[in-house]
Ligand binder design. Structure first.
Ligand SMILES: Cc1cc2nc3c(=O)[nH]c(=O)nc-3n(C[C@H](O)[C@H](O)[C@H](O)COP(=O)(O)O)c2cc1C
Length: 247
């Protein structure tokens, strides 16, 4: 991608700020989860380009705690698929009971799984994405270096959330960059249920956590406009029970 042709970039040969915003907004509002793929020709070069844009993501103290493993080996890919499927079953066992999988309680602490995970392991079905994961044109393992995370909410006696903010913007940047190139993908986290096995499999050092997987490819279906809750439902003036923001 030629950066000098992107409107609004210093030294750019064309465009205005208005055009830049439109282009970005189009990407943001259509970069939905894509789970079925066609192959990407020259995928290493494309991936390099995507990662070269995604690396501009913000992180606490700019410590850039992310690492990415590009999984090409077929045996490793099949093992990741199998571990993902196990995590997916644990996730679905909660969903089937109407529960938010692995969510903390109202006090922000986690009281252990809300379902019998051995029952979940006995589930025989998997979903289409899980069972074809190993065939994804690009399969990435996303890692975060724990010792680089400034978790400012540590010690609050609730689920920590701040640390993830130093790695998931990078993950989403990958998806946005891919979307801007006409590619689709999804970032997934059920693999984190099998972090110990993943660390052994990929020789991941102790101070790293598995933050998720990202799969990318040419989308089999057309992109569509994303649907989300309207602003009025989550943005309030001044106080939590304040007036919803409207326009
Ligand atoms: C932190 C995070 C974890 C996710 N984990 C999974 C996952 O394990 N498996 C999966 O299929 N999708 C996963 N997703 C994708 C979400 O299901 C998807 O973003 C959401 O349903 C919205 O889909 P849409 O953009 O197509 O509307 C995850 C997304 C995020 C941001």
């Amino acid at each position: 991608m030629d950066l000098t042709r992107i409107p609004g970039i210093a030294g750019s040969r064309e465009g205005t700020k208005g055009e830049e915003a439109m282009e970005l907004f189009e990407v943001m509002t259509t970069a939905g989860a894509i789970r079925e793929y066609l192959d990407i020709p020259d995928s290493d070069n494309v991936l390099y380009d995507i990662l070269d844009k995604a690396r501009c993501a913000p992180s606490g103290g700019n410590r850039q705690p992310w690492r990415v493993l590009i999984v090409k080996d077929q045996d490793l890919r099949r093992k990741v698929r199998d571990l993902y499927s196990e995590g997916w079953k644990e996730y679905m066992a909660h969903v089937k009971k109407g529960l938010v999988p692995f969510a903390p309680a109202e006090d922000g602490t986690w009281n252990g799984p809300a379902v019998d995970l051995t029952e979940a392991a006995a589930m025989t079905t998997s979903n289409q994405y899980a069972s074809s994961l190993h065939e994804s044109p690009i399969l990435l393992v996303l890692l975060a270096r724990l010792t680089d995370l400034s978790c400012l909410d540590n010690g609050l006696n609730r689920q920590s959330i701040v640390g993830g903010g130093s790695v998931y913007p990078f993950g989403h940047n990958i998806l946005l960059a891919a979307r801007s190139l006409g590619l689709g993908g999804v970032m997934t986290t059920v693999i984190c249920r099998r972090e110990p096995e993943m660390k052994t499999l990929f020789r991941i050092p102790r101070e790293f956590a598995v933050a998720g997987l990202i799969t990318l490819g040419k989308p089999k279906k057309l992109f569509s406009r994303l649907t989300r809750r309207p602003v009025e439902e989550f943005a309030f003036v001044d106080v939590f029970d304040g007036v919803p923001l409207t326009h």
